[in-house]
Structures are given as structure tokens and as C-alpha cells.
Write a protein that binds this ligand. Structure first.
Ligand SMILES: Nc1ncnc2c1ncn2[C@@H]1O[C@H](COP(=O)(O)OP(=O)(O)OP(=O)(O)O)[C@@H](O)[C@H]1O
Ligand code: SF4
Ligand SMILES: [Mg+2]
Length: 353
């Protein structure tokens, strides 16, 4: 491992916005080839650019198929980017081979959406949590000892180390997934919809756990989610993705209180409000086009479009209530709206910040 990648994490709970970013994703694309000439290639990620500071949580939101998981999997290098660069701890990791990646995996871990399918049902919890440590060269005794510590850290009983995943509830299984991710003391965790497969009653417990761990261990998260309420709760900044591109990114309070991109405005207008009176009377933004039954985001949204055949110009224009002639031919670039705030929007006609 390079010296940069073994440097200590930021002070617990304090994002280091002033320091060099822990993660820098620069103009990254991912194109999946079509199936033997029968289907068109899919440009799942189309030039995304963002950074994550040590100790920071960046939320990544957008509807199904917009490229969130593909982005996350490229960062942990389960997928190789087609183009662009991914820098972690100052080192370009975009095209490292398996041998060079092995020491890096310690610092960069992933938590998956479905806890059961991400845990090997034939392995004991002790084995599941110890595995990353054994790969890194720990002895079996040390790895088991650390696995017991981690069980306690994530709120499970260390005496249950010799049980199998099916003996745990969904929330407990996700705690095991988190313990496994924490085993090697990572600096960044890519959490891909970590609570969306869980019962609503359990979601808050896992979110609380992740927040506590971030504060205690100085972790950074890329927190991928559909649920904008969850993202609002956990993240420092939020990035909104549409058809493989980031259309808006900025500090959470700015994006949530004054969304500048029409797509962000529509997403936020569909988030249910806790107050029933406010919920009944507030304005909902309706996007153009037919409602898509396949969309996991409810409300009257238009056709989300396909990454295999994105519309020309601004890819959002067929659904955008503000679209004008220019939008049909000219793709907007992600641009600073208020310099030095980190707020960037890709729209020819953004709402004033
Ligand atoms: N291995 C693959 N081969 C071909 N296309 C793929 C592959 N993986 C993903 N895609 C396509 O890439 C696009 C982005 O997929 P991705 O899973 O990243 O979206 P997502 O935002 O995570 O969606 P969801 O919210 O449903 O999880 C989709 O059109 C998907 O069908
Ligand atoms: S560029 Fe045009 S179509 Fe695209 S989001 Fe902005 S106003 Fe809508
Ligand atoms: Mg996904």
C-alpha cells in the first residue's frame, strides 16, 4: 500500500473539506456492451465527477437504472471504468490489477442492499467477518478476536459468531454485512441502498448505527439511496443522478431547501411530508410524459428514458416542464452556481440558488 493510503482517517465525525479529497471521481464513464449485436451498448454512467472528503457522507440519489450501483461498483473496482479516473487517497486506482488492488481493499469497502444475498449462507458469521482479515494476512485467532469485537460494535452478541446468516433477522444480517465491511478498518464505505430491503421499523436502527460508526470511526460514506428522507438524515452533501449523469450536487441544506435542477425539484416534491395538512396542500411537480410503472419512484413521473438510447441535448428534456428549444440540442454542463459553495447544476435554466 502507498503511504497515502495508510494515513490515519480524519478526526471522528469531522469532514475535512479543506484537505485533499479522500475519493475523487473524474469524468468516469461505464459502457456495457450490447448482446452480440442484438441490443445497443448501455452507457450506464456518462461522465460523473464528484469528490468525497475524509469523514464525509455524500448521498447519491436518482431513480432506478440511473447508474448509482454501477458508479459504486466502479469505485470499489468490482467494475473497471470505461474511461475517466478514480483517485483514492491520492492514488489513481481506475485500472489497477488484482494484485495492486488487494492492499487497497482494506480501505475501501462496500455494504450491499440485500444482506442475505451478500452473505454466504454456508459460512458462519465468524468466517464471514474474518474473511477480509485472513485475506489481508491476519492469523485465524486474531481474526476471530476482531470478529467478536466487531459483533459488539454493531450491536450483535459475540457469542453468536458460530451461527449462520439465516439464523438472523434482516436487520441483524445487515449488521453482519456492516461488521464485515468494518473488519479491515476502512476509510470509505460505499453503502448501496443499505436499508431499502429492510422493514421500515428496522431502517432507522441501521441508519442510527451507520451514523454512530461514522462519528466514532471517522468513516466516509458514499450513501446510495432512493429514499430522499434517509439521505437527508445521513448525508453532508447530496448528488442527484439522471441517466448516468450528475445533474445537481451540493451541500444538503442548499439542495433540499432550494433545489436548482427541475429533476431535483420534482424528486423532492414527491417526498411525503410528516404533517398531513402540509402534505395535502403542498405543490407537487408533475413531469412530462407517461407514468412509468417500472419506476420505483412513485408519483406522476414521465418516462425515465433509457441509457441505451438517451435523448439528444439535455437528456431530461422530454420530461422537463421548463424545457426550451436549446435544451433539445445542447447538453448542459455541470457548472458552479454559487462559486466556492460546491453547488453545481447541469441545467441551462436553473432555479436561482
Ligand atoms: N452488467 C450489465 N450489463 C448490461 N447493462 C447493465 C449491467 N449492469 C447495469 N446495467 C444497466 O446499466 C444501467 C444502470 O444500472 P444501475 O444498476 O447502475 O442503476 P441503479 O441506479 O443502481 O438502479 P437501481 O436503483 O434499480 O438499483 C441500467 O440501465 C442497467 O440495466
Ligand atoms: S437544461 Fe432544459 S431540459 Fe434540461 S433540465 Fe434544464 S430546463 Fe430542463
Ligand atoms: Mg442500484
Amino acid at each position: 500500500m502507498t503511504s497515502t493510503s495508510t494515513s490515519p482517517p480524519a478526526a471522528a465525525g469531522s469532514p475535512r473539506q479543506d484537505a485533499a479529497p479522500l475519493l475523487a471521481v473524474h469524468d468516469v464513464t461505464k459502457t456495457f456492451p450490447g448482446k452480440r449485436g442484438r441490443t445497443a451498448p448501455v452507457r450506464a454512467v456518462d461522465g460523473v465527477r464528484f469528490e468525497v472528503a475524509a469523514g464525509e457522507t455524500l448521498g447519491l440519489v436518482g431513480e432506478s437504472g440511473c447508474g448509482k450501483t454501477t458508479t459504486g461498483r466502479m469505485i470499489v473496482r468490482l467494475l473497471e471504468p470505461t474511461s475517466g479516473s478514480i483517485t483514492f487517497g491520492g492514488r489513481d486506482i481506475s485500472h489497477l490489477g488484482p494484485r495492486e488492488l488487494r492492499p487497497l481493499r482494506r480501505h475501501l469497502q462496500m455494504v450491499f442492499q440485500d444482506p442475505y444475498s451478500s452473505l454466504n449462507p454456508r459460512q458462519t458469521v465468524a468466517r464471514i467477518i474474518s474473511d477480509p482479515l485472513l485475506v489481508q494476512g491476519s492469523s485465524a485467532a486474531d481474526a476471530r478476536c476482531r470478529a467478536a469485537e466487531l459483533m459488539e460494535l454493531v450491536g450483535l452478541i459475540p457469542e453468536h459468531l458460530d451461527r449462520y446468516p439465516h439464523e438472523f433477522s434482516g436487520g441483524q444480517a445487515q449488521r453482519i454485512g456492516i461488521a464485515r465491511a468494518l473488519a479491515t478498518r476502512p476509510r470509505l464505505i460505499i453503502a448501496d441502498e443499505p436499508v431499502s430491503a429492510l422493514d421500515v421499523s428496522v431502517q432507522a436502527q441501521i441508519v442510527n448505527l451507520m451514523e454512530r460508526l461514522r462519528n466514532e470511526l471517522g468513516l466516509a460514506y458514499l450513501f446510495i439511496a432512493h429514499d430522499l428522507s434517509v439521505v437527508k438524515r445521513v448525508c453532508d452533501r447530496v448528488a442527484v443522478m439522471y441517466l448516468g449523469r450528475i445533474v445537481e450536487i451540493g451541500p444538503k441544506h442548499q439542495v433540499y431547501t432550494a433545489p436548482a435542477h427541475p429533476y431535483t425539484r420534482a424528486l423532492l416534491s414527491a417526498v411525503p411530508l410528516p404533517d398531513p395538512v402540509a402534505e395535502r396542500t403542498r405543490e407537487r411537480i408533475t413531469l412530462l410524459g407517461e407514468p412509468s410503472p417500472s419506476s420505483q419512484l412513485r408519483s406522476s413521473r414521465g418516462d425515465p428514458g433509457r441509457p441505451a438510447a438517451p435523448p439528444p441535448g439535455c437528456t431530461f428534456h422530454p420530461r422537463c416542464p421548463k424545457a426550451q428549444a436549446r435544451c433539445r440540442t445542447e447538453a448542459p454542463v455541470l457548472t458552479d452556481t454559487v462559486p466556492a459553495t460546491g453547488r453545481r447544476v447541469a441545467c441551462h435554466f436553473p432555479e436561482p440558488a
